[in-house]
Design a protein around this ligand. Structure first.
Ligand code: FPP
Length: 253
């Protein structure tokens, strides 16, 4: 049976976060240079965005460029930025047609001016769309985000807008870049690495983690369906016992 048919439509994650890893290794396996892997990686982005839209997923967050990625060779960084600009230009109309709304998290001001312009225009254009929220993590790292939140909180406290005793996890969440998004329930990392790599550390507190050896350029919708099916087979306890979860489920049926 097609794996898509096996998915329980009532148990879809609202928010999926992905670490798109393995572009370079995939390209090497094909006897190509790293950039070829990134270009092919864009095809996977397109397929996964379309699939998430069709499945009715509300949020998809993609780790497209980390704070640490600035340390890669300049030619690769420049090529990735150019690829980003070209992809947004090429895909914006299609994303619009599919009712996708785009967001960016990360140190936006550190991106090249042309990227900022292209992204801002695309986000403005899609601002009223009501379908999939596509969140691009660009020049992003969790530690940067958490430190940034701490700085903003201190500034608000000094301005008399925030009291120490009012700070709880909800208030803290409001200072993160992801303030307006729910936490991901499912985090997928491709390419066989078992790390979180400074990605959404606060937000992934209760996420189910799914690791696959498939490199990102080879990761397509069938692989996504497999990840979701695996997620749906897990018991999410949030610190409770299995018996409590079973009882609650029965009570709510
Ligand atoms: C990780 O593979 C991938 C990246 C650092 C870049 C991801 C970017 C894209 C898929 C294309 C642009 C994205 C958008 C949203 C337009 P790696 O280079 O670390 O692979 P390796 O670990 O095998 O070297």
């Amino acid at each position: 049976m097609d794996i898509l048919q096996s998915l329980d439509k009532n148990k879809m994650p609202k928010h999926i976060a992905i670490i798109m890893d393995g572009n370079g290794r995939w390209a090497k396996e094909q006897g190509q240079d790293r950039l070829y892997g990134h270009y092919e990686g864009v095809r996977s982005v397109r397929d996964i965005v379309d699939a998430c839209g069709e499945l009715g997923i509300s949020y998809l967050t993609l780790y497209a460029f980390s704070t640490e990625n600035w340390n890669r060779p300049k030619e690769e960084v420049d090529a990735l930025m150019e690829l980003l600009v070209n992809t947004i230009r090429k895909e914006a109309d299609e994303l619009m047609k599919n009712n996708v709304r785009m967001h960016v998290i990360g140190d936006f001001k550190s991106l090249p001016a042309i990227c900022q312009k292209e992204l801002s225009e695309a986000m403005d254009m899609m601002a009223n769309n009501t379908g999939l929220n596509l969140v691009l993590a660009l020049s992003y790292s969790s530690r940067w985000e958490i430190v940034d939140a701490a700085k903003k909180m201190v500034a608000d406290a000094l301005a008399g807008k925030l009291k120490q005793e009012d700070i709880d996890d909800k208030v803290f969440h409001n200072y993160l870049n992801t303030a307006s998004f729910p936490d991901p329930e499912l985090m997928i990392r491709t390419s066989g690495e078992y790390r979180i790599s400074n990605y959404l550390l606060y937000q992934l507190a209760y996420a189910e983690l799914y690791f696959t050896p498939v490199h990102w350029p080879a990761f397509r919708r069938q692989n996504l369906y497999e990840a979701i099916l695996n997620y749906q087979q897990r018991e999410r306890r949030f610190g409770k016992t299995s018996e409590q979860i079973q009882t609650n489920t029965t009570q709510h049926v």
